[in-house]
Ligand binder design. Structure first.
Ligand code: FES
Length: 122
């Protein structure tokens, strides 16, 4: 992964300490970033919801109702969706995209694993 030299590296901890489904919140320099392990891949999101500024990364990690062509409820993507702690909007953890409204996207940050540590580039 290419990461600009202008970014700051923040170590989230050992990769082994953040198993699939896990999360850690990093608070530094007045900022807050959530780091997630989704099926063995790491992602980081700004802990500020683009809807109304709520603590997005403190919400439940969940799945969502999938689009269907039939009139029935199909649940999927378990573990890859973050539901905001304030109003329940759902966001794709990998992209930060709000599922219900494409105008909203949570800020994401590149994440690498270096020497066994999860490193967020902010
Ligand atoms: S502040 Fe996150 S859904 Fe409203």
């Amino acid at each position: 992964m290419n990461v600009s030299a202008a970014t700051r590296e923040v170590v989230a901890g050992e990769a082994a300490g953040l198993p699939p489904g896990g999360r850690v919140i990093l608070d530094f320099d007045g900022r807050s970033v959530g780091v997630f392990n989704v099926a063995g891949r790491f992602f980081a999101l700004n802990n500020r919801c683009p809807h109304s500024g709520g603590p997005l990364c403190l919400g439940p990690i969940t799945g969502t109702a999938l689009p269907t062509t039939e009139f029935k409820f199909v649940y999927g993507r378990q573990g890859s969706i973050l539901r905001c702690a304030w109003h329940g909007w759902e966001f794709d953890i990998e992209t930060g995209q709000a599922l219900a409204d494409p105008r909203y996207r949570a800020k994401t940050f590149p994440v690498t694993v270096e020497n066994g540590n999860v490193v967020v580039h902010v």
